[in-house]
Ligand binder design. Structure first.
Ligand code: FPP
Length: 232
């Protein structure tokens, strides 16, 4: 990478289109997810190499429980296998893995695996990789409100202090949110944190997403002027 451009501090990605990718090839949906994991690996590595500090990937939403039992089960086993295989590479690249979402409804073997990956990579500081697992933006906000109520806080909550009660406490908001797969919506992703994020939608299905397209999006982002409501 010779050309200079300003890399977002925090990028978040909605990885959509695995099922359609598989269908187009006459394969089972699960084959699309398998291919999707390979792309995750490459995009994570590329992000750290570009100097990004936070990368958040939407792996499983609160709504994804509505899929067939077989697909949900497959996804959980795929996450666990991928995460376990991936730990040495995360360590090598000094990437810390973090999970955002409510772990309580997840099966025990998934909970154990995410705790293990978290512990194994806790000392790394080159980039934080947030995996959104059983994540829902509305639920995150409601849980934050309930936490505040349970603490019986008397002091006024501000927009900034409210953030301390979100799963992403202590992290900057995403500068850029990318969605693959052609849909143009946020689907309950980072609702509070996305207030000023630049949005980028591509028709490319996640398993076809490449480092080259990623780099083009990052360069496009770097040309956008972010005013946060101010006049130029
Ligand atoms: C959306 O495609 C994709 C998912 C719900 C799963 C995403 C998971 C991965 C890419 C694997 C991630 C792995 C790790 C370790 C983080 P879809 O099934 O909704 O596709 P469709 O819209 O074409 O049906």
């Amino acid at each position: 990478m010779n050309e200079k451009f300003s890399v977002p501090v925090h990028t978040a990605i909605i990885m959509d289109g695995n099922g359609r990718w598989a269908k187009k090839r006459g394969l089972k949906r699960t084959e699309g997810h398998k291919k999707g994991v390979e792309i995750v690996r490459r995009i994570v590595k590329a992000s750290a190499d570009y100097g990004m500090k936070f990368l958040t990937l939407y792996a499983f939403s609160t709504e994804n429980w509505r899929r067939s039992k077989e697909e949900v089960n497959f996804l959980f086993h795929l996450f666990v296998t991928a995460i376990n295989e991936y730990i040495p590479e995360l360590k090598e690249n000094k990437i810390k893995i973090n999970f955002i979402g409510d772990p309580s409804p997840l099966p025990d073997f998934v909970k154990r695996s995410i705790q293990h990956a978290f512990n194994e990579t806790a000392g790394n500081d080159r980039m934080i990789l947030n995996i959104a697992l059983d994540y829902g933006g509305r639920r995150e906000i409601v849980q934050a409100v309930n936490k505040i109520l349970s603490l019986g806080k008397k002091a006024k909550i501000t927009e900034e202090t409210f953030k301390n009660f979100l799963y992403t406490a202590g992290q900057p908001d995403p500068d850029l949110i990318i969605r693959t797969g052609g849909e143009k919506r946020l689907s309950n992703f980072l609702l509070y944190q996305s207030a000023y994020s630049e949005l980028f939608f591509t028709d490319t299905l996640w398993p076809d997403f490449t480092e080259k397209e990623y780099l083009e999006i990052l360069k496009d982002y770097s040309k956008r002027e972010r005013r946060f409501g101010k006049a130029t």
